[in-house]
Ligand binder design. Structure first.
Ligand code: ATP
Length: 230
């Protein structure tokens, strides 16, 4: 489905992410872990086309390495950035409409479907995104990605700053969405419990390169202490 081969990403000077390779298929929920500042967000931005990459990115048997971010988005790659980045001055409904832009979806139908995953948003449709709680904004950001009917969904630290009951809800919704839509998830996460519950495989990044990877069962306490403890 999606394959990153020997991908390196930089902001201009030396590479921040070096020679990273992975594959995700429809039944995969890949968790990307690593301490602060190791290059996780940079990798996702490279895959999304926000930063240029070296190496090869293949999606549905097509080489998309040179595609712009908007072309990757139109191809079905969706991205929920760290910090959510909803539009605070637009209403919840307008934020969701933006998710449908440039995608061949019927907004009304899609909206009804997506609100089944996030019923809490229904009562806030006419409120500005900026007045929602952090947990509600995160649900809005994920709902906005769902609206576009993605073929692969990437999320950057979806549990950051979210209270435990909402973290559990988000884990449940992502699991359900993955099962129902049968699309790969790529999730950058620091919350080990959430990672183990959601993921079926993982990779750990240190100084921009993969130092450990495998099925989620291999994400043992020993591995966590070696690469993730601070
Ligand atoms: N716009 C930028 N220009 C130059 N360097 C940057 C830029 N953004 C991030 N970096 C650097 O790239 C490195 C990796 O940052 P990145 O945000 O990818 O790490 P991360 O693993 O996602 O960290 P965190 O868990 O804290 O979000 C850091 O050293 C950071 O200082």
């Amino acid at each position: 489905m999606m394959q990153a081969a020997d991908v390196s990403v930089s902001y201009g000077a030396g590479p921040i992410v070096s020679h990273v390779s992975f594959t995700v298929n429809a039944d995969d929920k890949l968790i990307i872990l690593g301490r602060n500042g190791v290059g996780k967000t940079t990798l996702l931005k490279g895959i999304m086309g926000i930063l240029p990459i070296k190496g090869t990115l293949t999606f549905k048997d097509t080489d998309i390495t040179t595609y712009s971010a908007s072309k990757r988005s139109r191809s079905g790659i969706a991205y929920v950035p760290q910090g959510r980045e909803i539009f605070p001055d637009l209403t919840v409904e307008e934020n969701l409409q933006i998710g449908a832009m440039s995608h061949p979806v019927d907004f009304k139908n899609k909206l009804a479907e997506v609100l089944e995953y996030f019923p809490i948003l229904t009562e806030h449709m006419k409120r500005k995104g900026g007045v929602l709680s952090g947990g509600q904004q995160q649900q809005l950001a994920i709902a906005r990605a769902f609206i576009s009917e993605p073929a692969v969904l990437m999320l950057d630290e979806p549990t950051e700053g979210i209270q435990p009951n909402i973290v559990s809800h988000i884990s449940h919704i992502l699991t359900r969405y993955h099962e129902e839509k049968h699309i790969p998830l790529i999730v950058v996460e620091q919350n080990l419990k959430f990672a183990r519950k959601l993921g079926n495989k993982f990779l750990i990044i240190q100084k921009g390169t993969i130092v450990e990877s495998g099925p989620i069962e291999k994400l043992t306490d020993e591995v966590s202490i070696a690469y993730l403890s601070v």
